[in-house]
Design a protein around this ligand. Sequence first.
Ligand SMILES: [Zn+2]
Length: 376
Amino acid sequence: MVVELLEEFVSYPSVSDRPIAPLAECIADHFDHLGFHTEVVADPHQPGKHNVIASAGPMGTDGLILSGHMDVVPTEGQPWTCDPFALTRRGERLIGRGTADMKGFLAAGLAAARLIDRGSLQKELLFILTYDEEVGCLGSAELARRWNPQRRPVPSACVIGEPTGFEVHRMHAGHTALSVEVFGAAAHSSRPDLGHNAIEGAAEAVFRLRALADHLRGTPRGDLPEVERPWVALNAGCIHGGTAVNIVPDHCTLEVGFRPLPGDDEAMLIERISDELRAIDGPWTFKVHRKHGIRPLLTPVGTPLEKLLLRYVGQARSGAAGFATDGGNLAALGTAPLVFGPGRIEVAHRADEWIAEADLHRAVDLLERLIIARCS
Ligand SMILES: [Zn+2]
């Protein structure tokens, strides 16, 4: 059953730059048939972008959230040896885009929900399925903006089923995208003395930010032993400037990303970057815009969900995920997410992404146990 569900989900090419609506409707139909109270929540600003909320058991009681994203990353330019949107079996591997990240978890969650007697649920079982996680957790951010936790409290236990190979993680860094505009003054290229070259200003900014990145790397946090690289990573990722080779450019844009650690203050980091740019000695002005941000996740040690999951998988303590998830945004609803799911992150986003069939079945078993433990 779980393999058929995965096959169905993989057949929707739900790449983040396309509408998620067809897959969202398909998943919502499945939950409807199971008797869940199901809502497809459209993003008012982006046509075709939907979150799916499906609830069973008494609403507002402290059961369990299972959450995953429905979108996948593109396949163009990757050396796939089969159709990425048709599930292919090779030995024990089930190959297809999203099998690991993270339609395998969605299929396992739905399969586990089918095994549960809905009438026996004493506490709420809530599925939160999001869009555009892969391009900045946009669906969960929209959900968090509109959700009123006072009016609609959610269970305190939440599993974000990203592919961790069944390892339990309780924290991860966030990711903030900035755009830095550099303003100079245009001139004919025969008289550069009459202008201020904005590309040169951007170059100064790149070196300045590089020095800041090195400084941050040299001052790691001592209070996060779980995090492998406990400093704020900072990267200048894109640069756009100029219109013609014979014009001194008056405008240039730098795209800069940084990864705040759990507990870091994003606003303070943005201020620090702005201070560095203001300190540049030159004729340019710099404007920093925050484009979007994924919040870091920090769930305290010792939640009941953590104890259950660690016991199920025989892990001593939970760790830190090396990637950002919807968890930071969902924490704003008043829940305490843990990142835990089948499949391996090493094969995600790559050609011939796969999940082991045995892991899929194990996920169904674990989720069924978890639902019973939390909700009945
Ligand atoms: Zn993912």
